[in-house]
Design a protein around this ligand. Structure first.
Ligand SMILES: Cc1cc2nc3c(=O)[nH]c(=O)nc-3n(C[C@H](O)[C@H](O)[C@H](O)COP(=O)(O)OP(=O)(O)OC[C@H]3O[C@@H](n4cnc5c(N)ncnc54)[C@H](O)[C@@H]3O)c2cc1C
Length: 311
């Protein structure tokens, strides 16, 4: 694609997870000049192994990214800058201008189109020392970590109103599931009956302590003094978008702040696209994010010359 004089890059990609890197690969192969800026804080950094990515089941999160960047190095028009971040993105001259890096060493780049692949940020329930077990024996993604936890004594910890619904999903994995609401009034009496009918225990008391050793949970101690033995389980975090760097650009979002996109990955701001966990709705998985990155890349190429997508 030929460049206009005022544009440094054809595409700026904010975020170098599977969504952003997959888009970069496909845009690079389409002869686009691409810059990927990645703060390099993978959402799944807490875990040692990633599951469910075809040909890479069990791979450490950073290794998946390293392999992707290695492949990108074959494309001279694709540049990846790591451990730095886009601090501001604003409209400029029919495209976009971005500030990158810390204030004292900030650089400005311009691009005709921008892909937001910034993922999500998570807030875990305020249970003491939950972080010490997260990603090792307590997880958030049933689709990602179900297999290793099958048939074990499992916990589901959460304070959100969908916790009973999630319990039915986790209940597929084991006959020994306990839901812990940590004092939050989020399970109705009707849902409690349904959980009991499904053989799922409910504990409404606040959690006082998670007991275990080096990331492996062993039991949960409650405010009423009782202790429940546990081998592992799931938590229900709150999810937040990470888009505070947008200035003078306000793409539509859903109630939770996730970007609304059309089937092809376009936001409602011309030239601004999104893929991966940052874009709602959809399963939050690595291979889904990578697939979304590939799809939006094809659409960006077509849009850049005004050709209707035709696959
Ligand atoms: C504990 C845990 C375990 C998981 N395990 C699995 C698993 O086994 N299998 C699976 O399929 N999925 C798993 N997931 C889900 C998976 O991590 C996500 O679905 C996936 O990472 C989404 O990819 P993404 O590219 O959209 O975002 P991310 O991988 O989160 O990448 C987004 C990137 O954007 C960067 N970024 C954000 N803002 C900026 C900015 N302003 N400037 C520059 N860079 C920025 C971030 O630092 C990050 O590097 C797990 C998630 C968690 C929390």
């Amino acid at each position: 694609m030929g460049g206009s004089e005022s544009t440094d890059y054809d595409v700026l990609i904010v975020g170098g997870g599977p969504a952003g890197l997959s888009a970069a690969l496909n845009l690079g192969r389409a002869l686009m000049r691409v810059l990927v800026i990645d703060a390099d804080r993978p959402r799944n950094a807490a875990t040692l192994r990633s599951h469910g990515f075809l040909t890479r089941d069990g791979i450490p999160p950073q290794e998946l990214r390293r392999l992707a960047r290695e492949e990108l190095s074959a494309y001279p028009d694709v540049e990846v800058r790591r451990r730095t971040r886009v601090t501001s993105l604003r409209p400029s001259d029919g495209g976009f201008a971005a500030e990158i890096g810390r204030r004292e060493a900030e650089t400005t780049v311009t691009a005709r189109a921008v892909l937001l692949a910034t993922g999500l940020r998570e807030t875990l329930p305020e249970v003491p020392n939950l972080r010490g077990y997260y990603g090792m024996s307590l997880f958030s993604c049933a689709a990602c970590d179900a297999w290793e936890l099958r048939s074990r004594r499992l916990a589901l910890i959460g304070e959100a109103p969908d916790i009973a619904e999630r319990a039915r999903l986790i209940g597929r994995l084991t006959e020994n599931l306990t839901v812990f609401t940590h004092g939050a009034d989020v399970v109705t009496a009707e849902e409690e009956v349904e959980l009991a009918a499904a053989g799922i225990a409910l504990r409404r008391e606040p959690i006082v302590e998670l007991v275990g050793d080096r990331g492996q949970i062993e039991s949960i101690r409650l405010a009423d003094g009782t202790t429940v033995a546990i081998d592992g389980g799931f938590v229900r975090p709150e999810w937040h978008s990470t888009l505070s760097f947008l200035e003078g650009i306000a793409p539509a979002t859903d109630d939770a702040g996730h970007l609304r996109i059309d089937r092809s990955g376009r936001t409602d701001v011309p030239g601004l696209y999104a893929a991966g966990d940052a874009a709602a709705p959809g399963p939050q998985q690595l291979i889904v994010a990578a697939g979304a990155g590939a799809r939006v890349a094809a659409v960006m190429v077509h849009d850049s010359i005004g050709v209707a997508t035709a696959h």
